[in-house]
Design a protein around this ligand. Structure first.
Ligand code: MEV
Length: 430
């Protein structure tokens, strides 16, 4: 449906909550039940009990949409769940600038997950490798017995890889990697089941002992990439030319290339966007985090997940590549109705498409952070939100919190005590 709709929704942030919900409903394929799920956090206490153990309550976070996204020529409203102020606004603003350059181009690998079998007590590593190679087809056939509905959708075991560690402190170790196409699922469950299923056969083939059988979160067979450019003119900010801003952003990017202390923060900014989408869609953000940071350190030194350059016309060009093991079936979406609404809003054809959008969001967020840091700094925006939160904490009604916050900023007195005084003054007004 959204093929005809634009995600550029000027003034969306000025609308009321009810209006924003109505726009999101008209925009995507959400129905009244989805809107209700967004309004009630998508999870009843009874449903929460189906998800984890020892439940004593539920915990809500804001669910927003980022505007202006265009990925592979398709407009998208991006659902984001996050507690940190400024991320959604920054992401939407960045997407607007990339949109001026045609939006994001994104691609992704087939959804191949890696599962690991740890083999110990092997007398002859080379012989064991040869035996496992010789039986590769039989091992893959056995793993496929656990493919279930993923198999029906065309997924299944694809390949084996063997990695030797001849002299570990635990003795010689042979690690078998099972590559499994998990289609639209994140796939940890299916791969763990397949590993447990093949373990006795693998053990019998190489005469060793299997210890761990578990998915690897360094899902580097399942990478997603996004790129885009921002025309120089769109980079102009108050007091700085597009040329100056582009140069300052490239300097910031180089900082993250050469210094792990900076790279960690730079990548944290990327994950502000990625995690918020991962969380909104009910996916496992710890798995995505682990994969992203391990990938950032793949050459032995922790580096930026993005690359920034200029093209022949001087435009700023950004690229990102990271592992994104995301599912659009199973997992929390079975129970969490707001996560299901998020997936409906995205109107996805595959889990790969979700990974591509997540990569674009990460790139947008990285640009937004560097743009702010290389121009005004991030504190002015943060302080505005902080002032609102202080006003609420001081007891302001949501209707007047904005006014109180504006006054705190105007007085340069963003303090709880002052917020309380201002509320009192308002209450005493005739
Ligand atoms: C804050 O959550 C994220 C930033 O620190 C990212 C960055 O420094 O690039 C602003």
């Amino acid at each position: 449906m959204n093929g005809k709709m634009t995600s550029a929704l000027p003034g969306f942030y000025t609308r009321s909550l009810t209006e924003r919900r109505a726009i999101a409903k008209a925009w995507g394929s959400l129905d009244a039940a989805d809107i209700k799920a967004l309004a009630d956090s998508g999870l009843s206490a009874a449903e929460a009990e189906l998800m984890i153990e020892n439940v004593i309550g539920r915990y809500s976070l804001p669910f927003a949409v980022a505007t202006n996204f265009r990925v592979n020529n398709r407009d998208i409203l991006v659902p984001l769940v996050i507690e940190e102020a400024s991320v959604v606004a920054a992401c939407s603003k960045a997407a607007k600038l990339f949109r001026a350059g045609g939006g994001f181009q994104a691609s992704s690998d087939e959804p191949i997950m890696i599962g690991q079998l740890q083999l110990l007590d092997i007398a002859d590593l080379e012989l064991a490798r040869a035996q496992l190679h010789a039986q590769k087809r039989a091992i893959l056939r056995l793993a496929d017995e656990k493919a279930g509905s993923i198999g029906t959708r065309g997924g299944g075991a694809r390949d084996l890889e063997l990695r030797s560690f001849p002299t570990s402190p635990a003795g010689a170790m042979l690690i078998l990697h099972l590559h499994f196409d998990t289609r639209d699922a994140m796939g940890a469950n299916v791969i763990n089941s397949a590993l447990e299923h093949i373990a006795p056969f693998v053990e019998s083939l190489c005469g060793g002992r299997v210890n761990l059988r578990i998915v690897s979160n360094l899902s580097d067979q399942r990478l997603a990439r996004a790129s885009g450019h921002i025309p120089l003119a769109a980079l102009e900010s108050a007091g700085a030319s597009g040329e100056q801003v582009a140069a300052a952003i490239l300097e910031a990017a180089i900082f993250a290339e050469i210094d792990p202390y900076r790279a960690a923060t730079h990548n944290k900014g990327i994950m502000n966007g990625v995690d918020a989408l991962v969380l909104a869609t009910g996916n496992d953000w710890r798995a995505v985090e682990a994969g992203a940071h391990a990938y950032a350190a793949r050459d032995g030194s922790y580096r930026s997940l993005t690359r920034w350059t200029r093209d022949a016309a001087g435009n700023l060009v950004g690229e990102i590549e990271l592992p994104l093991a995301l599912g659009i079936v199973g997992g929390a979406t079975r129970v969490q109705r707001a996560a299901r609404a998020a997936l409906k809003l995205l109107e996805l054809e595959s889990a790969q498409e979700l990974a591509e959008i997540a990569a674009a969001v990460g790139l947008a967020q990285n640009f937004a952070a560097m743009y702010a840091l290389a121009t005004d700094g991030i504190q002015s925006g943060h302080m505005r939100m902080h002032a609102r939160q202080l006003a609420l904490a001081a007891g302001a009604d949501a209707n007047i919190a904005g006014d109180i916050a504006r006054q705190l900023i105007a007085e340069d007195a963003i303090r709880l005590e002052r917020a309380k005084e201002l509320i009192q003054e308002r209450e005493q007004r005739p």
